[in-house]
Design a protein around this ligand. Structure first.
Ligand code: FRU
Length: 541
């Protein structure tokens, strides 16, 4: 590793509180009803996963074995449900089940038993969604305390005796704790025309009082309608062109969302995921913005201009929660990429979810639509007191932060002026030969992430990479919120209009944090590092 030398011209204001992650910032707790109670500090808490290398501390992971897509995200009777593609028998892709966890605050999760099992005849339980059937439109819900509603999941059965993909239904009358299979499954398909016919996303179309299902079918999306969730009629198709390079579309998402900067206007956002067949970035998501009427989606954005959901490599199969009562739209995604997911080796678990993100839609100054994503506010409850706070640090060459500010599960908030530097970057997980770089290339006006020397990278020829995105700076200041969590990094730029999410596998000793400027000096106007508390806490014995 290079010897880091610092040019420390301005002054730093240090709050050296040590590395005690358990202290909380009381000001951040105000007005947040979903936060952890402060009396907890009287108890000693342990993180059961603390000694597992690369295990994220404040991102959802299964307790053990393989996980991929989030499924069936739904809020019901005070609980957020997270189901997920789960292979409880190991690090293999099959047989696939729906794993299950619940949360009351979107931050702390409780692992629950497997919800949906594969079926010998119908096949593996692939991805899908869940809704609250509030009016018992399906006739499957039982009365409970004067209300007849239940959770209904629509998902793909894949393989089985006919080897095909078809959509099945399961329902729960005990707040998701146990699930029953609908007796006449499948409810849709199979259709021999499509080998890829999967990942139903179901939503409620308020304007027309009916259910809508969006399904990925080979090279297109199919939209279906239903009055009862059991019988589905094809309403329309939405076809891709060749702009996204190969692989089948997967895991569609569709919802209406207010347009932030135009009063009383809203649009429909259609999101899909795919894996390029020719290498490149591998798996990723893109979105279209438009209108959804009478069962058809009309895109205002060209199919040729690919609007990416996330400019990193590891944000796939995003799904939003059904049933949020306060109008927020929140999604999360699997932090991985099919190019190398099966080669990742983090034992005893494999697979992490992104932070849950609030989504907004706005138009930029060129009138182009931009999805804006930010971590849900409740995550602030995990912030400890800052390990360091700096102002007006002028970086020329290298500046290594003091050891007391090192962290591997933390939030780093930065405001940066590139000034005369052609390249100004923050290295995290620094140690030995390892470093993960998040930087601004002023010459090209790009924000970049470089994990080529981030640690273990050689498990796949596709993992080692540097990715960049155009990011013109209007007033010269770049604002970044970077969330590190052992093996995950999520970078939110500006107001959250550009996000880059990546996996990294550094050595556990690689904890350093270093600024570097090349070709001139840059100014770190402000920087604060907050340790993030683990969400996996059990009382000490
Ligand atoms: C996306 C996906 C889905 C499928 C699931 C299988 O990552 O390929 O299309 O339903 O994973 O686990």
């Amino acid at each position: 590793m290079k010897i880091f030398s610092a040019l420390w011209l301005a002054f730093g204001l240090f709050y050296l509180w040590g590395c005690d992650d358990s202290q909380k910032e009381s000001s951040d707790l105000e007005g947040d009803s979903d936060t952890v109670e402060t009396e907890e500090s009287a108890t000693e808490w342990l993180d059961p996963y603390a000694n597992q290398p690369w295990r994220p501390r404040y991102h959802f992971t299964p307790s053990e074995n393989w996980m991929n897509d989030p499924n069936g995200l739904v809020f019901y009777k005070g609980e957020y449900h997270l189901f997920y593609q789960y292979a409880p028998e190991g690090f293999v892709l099959s047989p696939l089940h729906w794993g299950h966890a619940v949360s009351t605050d979107l931050v702390h999760w409780e692992h629950l038993p497997v919800a949906i099992y594969p079926d010998d005849v119908l096949g593996n339980a692939y991805s899908g969604s869940a809704v609250v059937d509030r009016t018992n439109s399906s006739g499957l819900c039982l009365e409970d305390e004067g209300e007849t509603s239940c959770l209904v999941a629509l998902f793909t059965h894949s393989g089985g005796e006919d080897g095909l993909q078809k959509q099945s239904l399961a329902y729960s009358n005990d707040r998701g704790r146990t699930w029953e299979m609908y007796e006449n499954n499948p409810v849709l398909g199979p259709d021999p025309r499509w080998a890829d016919f999967r990942d139903p996303k179901v939503l409620w179309d308020d304007a027309n009082s009916r259910w809508i299902m969006v399904l990925a079918a080979g090279n297109q999306l199919l939209f279906y309608e239903s009055s009862n969730l059991l019988e589905w009629e094809l309403a329309s198709e939405f076809t891709r062109d060749s702009s996204d390079d190969g692989g089948a579309w997967e895991c569609p998402e569709l919802f209406e969302i207010p347009l932030e900067n135009r009063e009383n206007e809203s649009r429909w956002l259609l999101e899909i995921d795919w894996t390029t067949s020719t290498g490149g970035i591998g798996s990723g998501g893109r979105y279209f913005v438009g209108d959804f009427t009478d069962g058809s989606f009309y895109s205002e954005t060209s199919v040729k201009s690919v609007l990416r959901v996330d400019y990193g490599s590891d944000f796939y199969a995003a799904q939003s929660f059904f049933g949020l009562e306060d109008g927020r739209r929140i999604w999360l995604a699997w932090m991985n990429n099919w190019q190398y997911a099966l080669s990742v080796s983090t034992k005893p678990w494999q697979g992490a979810m992104s932070l849950p993100r609030t989504i907004a839609l706005r138009t930029d100054d060129k009138g182009l639509y931009r999805v804006v994503q930010n971590p849900v506010e409740q995550l602030r409850s995990l912030r400890g007191n800052p390990l360091i706070q700096l102002e007006n640090l002028v970086v020329e060459g290298e500046y290594r932060l003091p050891e007391t500010s090192y962290c591997t599960s933390c939030e780093i908030a930065v405001e940066l002026q590139p000034d005369s530097a052609s390249d100004c970057f923050l290295s995290v997980f620094v140690g030995g030969q390892e470093h993960t770089d998040i930087g601004y290339d002023a010459g090209n006006g790009t924000l970049y992430f470089d994990r080529r020397e981030s640690g273990t990278v050689d498990f796949s020829p596709h993992f080692s990479r540097r990715q960049e995105v155009d990011y013109p700076l209007d007033n010269g200041t770049l604002r970044l919120n970077v969330f590190l969590d052992q093996s995950t990094v999520e970078v939110f730029a500006g107001d959250g209009e550009t996000v880059l999410s990546f996996l990294v596998f550094p050595d556990s000793d690689s904890r350093g944090i270093v600024w570097q400027a090349n070709g001139g000096a840059c100014t770190v106007e402000t920087m604060a590092i907050y340790p993030m508390e683990s969400i996996w806490k059990i009382p000490a014995p």
